[in-house]
Write a protein that binds this ligand. Structure first.
Ligand SMILES: [Zn+2]
Ligand SMILES: [Zn+2]
Length: 101
């Protein structure tokens, strides 16, 4: 796959829907439908991780000015990552994540 194609979108590793890379001008790294991500970045957008496994959304944090932050955990290596919510993320799924399990 060319670098250009990678930038235009990706297929969600969980729900298999096509996800656009861009959301309101900001870089997106997770699926807006199920919120799952993929372990491809060490720092956001750098694609420096060679893991490549899917990352499960394990929680939501609300940290001051940043607003809601999604916490992802890699299903393969256990790495955790924090990502800001995108404006078009499915809020029903976000609310579901905030319930105690
Ligand atoms: Zn998805
Ligand atoms: Zn990983």
């Amino acid at each position: 796959m060319s670098r250009e194609a990678e930038n235009t979108g990706f297929e969600c590793g969980r729900c298999r829907r096509r996800v656009s890379r861009q959301s309101g001008g900001s870089y997106r790294n997770h699926c807006p439908h199920c919120l799952w991500s993929r372990h491809v970045d060490v720092a956001p957008g750098d694609r420096a991780a060679d893991c490549g496994a899917v990352m499960e959304p394990v929680g939501v944090d609300h940290s001051g000015k940043k607003g809601f932050v999604l916490i992802h955990r890699c299903t393969a290596c256990g790495a955790e990552d924090r990502n800001r919510l995108a404006p078009d993320d499915d809020m029903d799924v976000v609310i579901e994540l905030q319930r105690p399990r």
